[in-house]
Design a protein around this ligand. Structure first.
Ligand code: CA
Length: 296
């Protein structure tokens, strides 16, 4: 594998909680979000333009829709979004979701085009109220996991047989057997354990070699892991502590885009990392795989 170049700043966006990076292969543009800033962005590397849209409530993730437009996981639930008109169409409240105690967070589409997104507590509670949901193409929503702390990175292998999932406070990556025909998951087991000194595992994406990239919140880095051995293969340092999500993009899917956060940092910490909240890119020497769009 080629050596990684140095990460470069793409956008000095100063996002509060930049997140949700995903490459839209149909448009050759990068979508990302500011969860706390309630905005969805579309960055076009060809022009340098970064279009922003206020979606009116906290937004946990964004995915492209196969028929055009975008899907969001908003604080209250799943929604369609037309970035051209700014129109948000909220779907019915997902089962067991109480927006007073939890909000939607990270999520992506599985290889069959179902949209998975999970929730996290807004306030500390003895039992974590987070869940992992699956929105099918027919608009139906199911609870797939309960007792989730902070639902984060989710990815599926190229052979469509395994799903990787990060519940951040557990500091690990779990794998499930995934049935592409039905969307069922089974046989949960831990495949990667994250040492505390690396920070907390946040967003993730798979590369074409089947290795998992994980954004390290409070870890000043993005890391590459072999999910079959649990071994850490590579660490790319960033000039910001709170690296939140990662996605391969560009015409050859060889550019790794990274988002970051500035929320919760003290003035002193912000002085030491003035680019916090920015979007970065790096060429890590390996290609990614195309992200799935929502088929509904
Ligand atoms: Ca996240």
């Amino acid at each position: 594998m080629a050596t990684a170049g140095d990460p470069e700043l793409v956008l000095d966006a100063k996002a509060l909680l930049g997140e949700g990076a995903i490459w839209n292969a149909a448009l050759q543009q990068l979508h990302w979000i500011d969860i706390v800033g309630r905005r969805v962005f579309t960055y076009d590397p060809a022009t340098g333009e970064n279009r922003a849209a206020d979606v009116g409530q906290m937004v946990g993730t964004v995915v492209p829709r196969a028929g055009g437009g975008l899907m969001l996981a908003l604080h209250e639930g799943f929604a369609g979004f037309d970035p051209d008109t700014g129109r948000v169409t909220l779907l019915p409240r997902p089962p067991e979701h109480d927006p007073a105690i939890a909000r939607f967070n990270d999520g992506k589409c599985d290889p069959a085009g179902r949209f998975w997104a999970g929730t996290m507590a807004l306030v500390k509670r003895p039992n974590p109220p987070g869940k992992l949901y699956r929105l099918d193409a027919d608009g139906s929503v199911r609870v797939m996991l309960r007792d989730v702390g902070t639902s984060n990175g989710i990815a599926w292998t190229l052979d469509r047989r395994t799903m990787y999932y990060i519940d951040t406070p557990l500091r690990r990556v779990d794998a499930f057997d995934y049935d592409d025909a039905t969307g069922a998951i089974a046989n949960r087991r831990t495949v990667i354990t994250i040492p505390p000194d690396l920070g907390r595992p946040d967003g993730s994406t798979l590369d074409a070699e089947g290795m998992l990239w994980i954004a390290m919140y409070n870890g000043w880095s993005v890391t590459r892991w072999n999910p079959r051995t649990g071994e850490r293969l590579q660490t790319i340092r960033l000039p910001v502590a709170r690296v939140t999500s990662c996605a391969f993009g560009g015409p050859d899917l060889d550019t790794l885009y990274l988002t970051s956060a500035r929320t919760g940092l003290t003035d002193e910490q912000l002085a030491a990392q003035p680019l916090a909240g920015g979007v970065f890119q790096v060429k890590p020497g390996v290609r990614g795989v195309r992200a799935s769009a929502y088929q509904g």
